[in-house]
Design a protein around this ligand. Structure first.
Ligand code: PHE
Ligand code: ZN
Length: 886
């Protein structure tokens, strides 16, 4: 099935708006009845446009216009639209319909989480799920006031929740009960939510800076509720932070959060009733790794921050998705940075950007942060919209400064609270509050592709001047259009050969400064730095000031200086990562150990172990090699076995060179494993587990250490790190450890996901057979998105050796899986399909085999709109050669 394209230039304001919507639900698992009462008003300027309602899989039982039942010839239903051509001006439309939650495996609209007997009902409406619940005008620029009444059997559905403030509840005949909720603030339909079933709760309160007492409640199936305390603390921290940092207060009396194991995404910001994939909500030491804790903190905050960036100020249309997502990711990043470690969070974000967004941007699925067209909007919840979207906001914040950015955000909220707006409105508010013209920044939102930054330096000993030529250019991408130069903030510092920071004196810039942020807003720019005795070492893009590729990373000796002395933690890591990439290239072409950079950098790393004030998490990151996808992404042709072999050899060489330090560090940090979830303990564990991982790469004798680590572990981080060492090191004890782990955690769904992933990513010759066998494991479920992601998506994206098997069997298996899953949850199938997108970049045999599977899927009958869209875009421009590559 193919959906027609929606294009940004075809946007028209709604001809009809809904002022209020009153919904009445009679809920049950197999079928639920929905009565909707819409008060609709026509835009006088579009008096000729008839009223149409959206609905899909909603069985219409009765429809009334201003109280009068309509005969079947007074309206018509065509596809997903209900036409009421004769209605003009203003009207009250009442519908009564039936929906079938238990049959709804696509998880859009109202569906069932858990079994028929014990499970609970919940809804998911972003982006276009509301039309699966009732007939209405389902678009984000139609904002209405919602009144929701829920009725159900009390024993089966003791808890009834909807977004907004509670407005009464009571008993009904026959053991049924009801509850009503009113949301005072008009909202778009995608933020509507309800939940009903048997759920346990934990509660707390928060008093906002404006003095409102808000009741906070987290709901989960009873066995999981004890693991929700951390999330509740995170929520309180996020509420406080948004008040202090952005002056934003929560304005409802209640804030509910619900955990489910059945969710296609991370979490959803429904007004007053957030719904979470349990992997981003549950956290206790035995069931969550340190990374899980960090993700819970991040996602709880993210969804809460949407309350202002997304909900109160919402998107005019789905092209503006980045308006809420990029901005909210940025706010989340700032929050987590301030609560934990800025350097670590920045490294994590940039790793994700390089791995996921750069590769997306270089392939056939490339799209601008604000796309100009889409066929299936579900496929645009991408790294580009989220991560690159956040980077754009970050650049604006850098250029405006902390206070200027805050002024801009204040104006944005003042102007647009309660409205559905665009990226242009956002830029205008930031600009107007700072007397700056920000329209050139729009190009960041409208042009796909990763910009390339080149820096060429020349030193003149006579004049003591250093000239730096900065150039921006673009790699060709599928959607190439005429390019406009982008405003690129380049933060830089200068160092001498001993790692001392040099004062920056630029021509025409008075005074001494240490760091400069240069706005490269044209194709080329030349800077002169004065009063220098030698050519300086330039540390470019400090804090990763712009989401660009650096054309060449400079001399390795300079990188060693920066990786040893940079006092910007992120750029210190960036230099270390540059060295790893340099050594990886050397290994790919021969032997890295022979390269002069190898010895020099090992000496540097050895010293780093002794540095008292080096943050353990940063050191851990310096020891963690870029993954195979990221390394492959920077090559013209991706040859998975060659990349895997070179990376493994390099990792082994590094581990052997540092064996003494790794072991000493591992032992010295023994006490850390006992400590709790605070950032310091997390950092120490991260470093200790990185050491263990490398030791096991250096010599299988350390498997004994890993086994002890496994047995002694008191938290999941340690347990899982040890398990990974044993399994990926193919230790004798591996199978036994896997079995013990599975026995211990058989009832903990999110932990079993990790167990599947450890095995799915094991790069051995029989990886495919193992994964295939695991699909038959009792804990695996084809209809559970988390399980599919943990096993199949992990195999396709994080096991290059297994997936890209020479004979194409990995491709065939994943293509078969896509067909199977597409009949259940198309959104999940579409995500799996993206694993084929970069097919043109592989060597000829692999390329042909990937292409063959894409064609097979394209020819298959009855594929969803979601998968069809990914296939069509992946296969577009099939005549072009690999020149899509940078
Ligand atoms: N809006 C959610 C978020 O990023 C993501 C999401 C999109 C969830 C679509 C469900 C469906 O916070
Ligand atoms: Zn979001």
């Amino acid at each position: 099935m193919k959906k027609p394209l929606t294009c940004i230039e075809d946007y028209r304001p709604p001809a009809w708006r809904m002022q209020t919507i009153a919904l009445d639900f009679d809920l049950d698992v197999e079928q639920s009845w929905v009565s909707a009462r819409l008060h609709v008003i026509q835009d006088p300027a579009q008096a000729d446009v008839g009223l149409r309602l959206d609905g899909e899989n909603v069985e219409l039982l009765e429809i009334r216009l201003d109280g009068r039942v309509l005969a079947s010839d007074e309206y018509r239903i065509e596809g997903a639209l209900l036409f009421l051509d004769a209605v003009r001006g203003e009207a009250v439309i009442e519908t009564r319909s039936r929906i079938r939650p238990a049959d709804n495996k696509a998880m859009q609209g109202l569906y069932l989480s858990g079994g028929t007997e014990q499970g609970f009902l919940l809804s998911q409406c972003e982006a276009e799920g509301f039309r699966h619940i009732t007939w209405s005008i389902d678009r984000p620029d139609v904002l209405a006031r919602y009144t929701v009444t829920l009725r159900a059997d009390r024993a089966r559905f003791p808890v009834l929740l909807a977004g907004g403030n509670p407005d009464g509840a009571g008993e009904l005949a026959d053991g049924r009960h009801w509850a009503r909720f009113v949301d005072p603030q008009p909202k778009p339909s995608y933020l509507f939510a309800i939940v009903a079933g048997r759920l346990a709760v934990i509660e707390d309160r928060h008093c906002t800076a404006e003095g409102r007492l808000v009741s906070l409640k987290i709901w989960a199936p009873a066995p999981l509720i004890a693991r929700c305390r951390y999330a509740l603390d995170c929520l309180k921290a996020a509420m406080l932070w948004d008040e202090q940092r952005f002056g934003r207060n929560y304005r409802l009396d209640v804030f509910h959060v619900v955990a489910t194991d059945d969710f296609t995404m991370g979490a959803m910001e429904n007004t007053g009733l957030n719904i979470f994939n349990s992997k981003y909500l549950l956290a206790d030491p035995l069931h969550a790794t340190d990374d899980d804790y960090r993700h819970v903190l991040a996602v709880v905050a993210h969804e809460y921050f949407h309350n202002w960036t997304g909900n109160r100020v919402t998107c005019r249309d789905w092209f503006q998705l980045c308006l809420k997502e990029g901005l909210t990711v940025y706010r989340e990043q700032e929050f987590v940075s301030e609560q934990t470690s800025r350097t670590l969070r920045r490294i994590e974000d940039v790793r994700v950007l390089w791995r996921n967004q750069f590769s997306e941007d270089a392939g056939p699925l490339a799209h601008p942060v604000r796309p100009s067209q889409y066929s299936e909007i579900n496929n645009f919840y991408t790294a580009t919209v989220y991560e690159k979207g956040a980077e754009i906001v970050r650049m604006l914040a850098t250029v405006l400064g902390r206070d200027g950015f805050r002024r801009g955000m204040d104006l944005y909220f003042d102007r647009h609270d309660g409205a559905a707006v665009t990226v242009e409105d956002f830029l205008a508010a930031l600009g107007d509050a700072n007397q700056r013209e920000l329209s050139p920044w729009l190009a960041w939102y409208t042009q796909a592709g990763t910009p390339v930054l080149e820096a060429q330096g020349a030193f003149d000993a006579q004049t003591h001047c250093y000239t730096l030529e900065l150039t921006q250019s673009f790699a060709p991408v599928a959607t190439a259009l005429p390019r406009q130069a982008l405003p690129i903030p380049v933060a830089l510092a200068l160092f001498d050969a001993f790692g001392n920071r040099l004062k920056i004196e630029r021509n025409g810039v008075a005074g001494d400064i240490d760091e400069a942020v240069i706005l490269l807003d044209r194709p080329r720019m030349s800077l002169t730095f004065r009063h220098l005795d030698h050519a300086p070492i330039v540390s470019l893009l400090r804090g990763y000031s712009a989401p660009v590729r650096i054309a060449q990373r400079g001399d390795w000796a300079d990188l060693v200086v920066l990786a040893t002395h940079e006092d910007d933690g992120f750029n210190r890591w960036q230099a270390a990562d540059g060295l790893i990439r340099h050594l990886f290239m050397a290994e790919l072409q021969g032997d890295a150990r022979g390269a002069p950079a190898f010895g020099a950098w090992m000496t540097g790393l050895r010293r780093a172990f002794d540095e008292a004030d080096l943050d353990p998490a940063t050191l851990a990151e310096m020891l963690t090699l870029a993954d195979e996808i990221t390394l492959g992404e920077s090559l013209a042709e991706i040859d998975p076995p060659a990349i895997h072999a070179a990376r493994s050899r390099l990792e082994c060489s590094i581990a052997q060179a540092l064996q003494t330090e790794l072991l000493a560090c591992y032992e010295q940090l023994a006490a850390a494993s006992m400590a709790g979830a605070e950032p310091v303990a997390q950092g120490q564990r991260r470093l200790r587990n990185a050491c263990l991982g490398l030791l096991c790469r250096a010599d299988p004798q350390y498997h004994a250490l890993a086994l002890r680590h496994f047995d002694d572990a008191v938290c999941l981080s340690d347990k899982l790190a040890a398990l990974t060492c044993l399994v990926h090191g193919q230790a004798l004890a591996a199978q036994n450890a896997l079995d013990t782990f599975a026995a211990d955690y058989s009832t903990a769904a999110t932990v079993m996901d990790r167990w599947f992933s450890v095995q799915a990513t094991l790069p051995t010759a029989n990886a495919l057979e193992r994964v295939r066998a695991l699909t038959r494991h009792a804990a695996f479920r084809w209809d559970n998105p988390n399980k599919v992601y943990a096993l199949l998506l992990a195999f396709a994206l994080r096991n290059p050796v297994g997936f890209h098997r020479e004979d194409g069997a990995g491709y065939e298996f994943i293509a078969d899986s896509i067909r199977r899953i597409d009949r259940i949850t198309p959104q999940v199938a579409a995500r799996l399909t993206t694993a084929f997108a970069a097919w043109r970049r592989y060597p000829p045999t692999l390329r042909e085999r990937m292409h063959a599977q894409l064609m097979r899927l394209q020819e298959a009958a009855a594929m969803s709109a979601d998968v069809t869209d990914i296939l069509a875009r992946s296969l577009a421009h099939a005549d072009e050669d690999g020149s899509l590559r940078p």
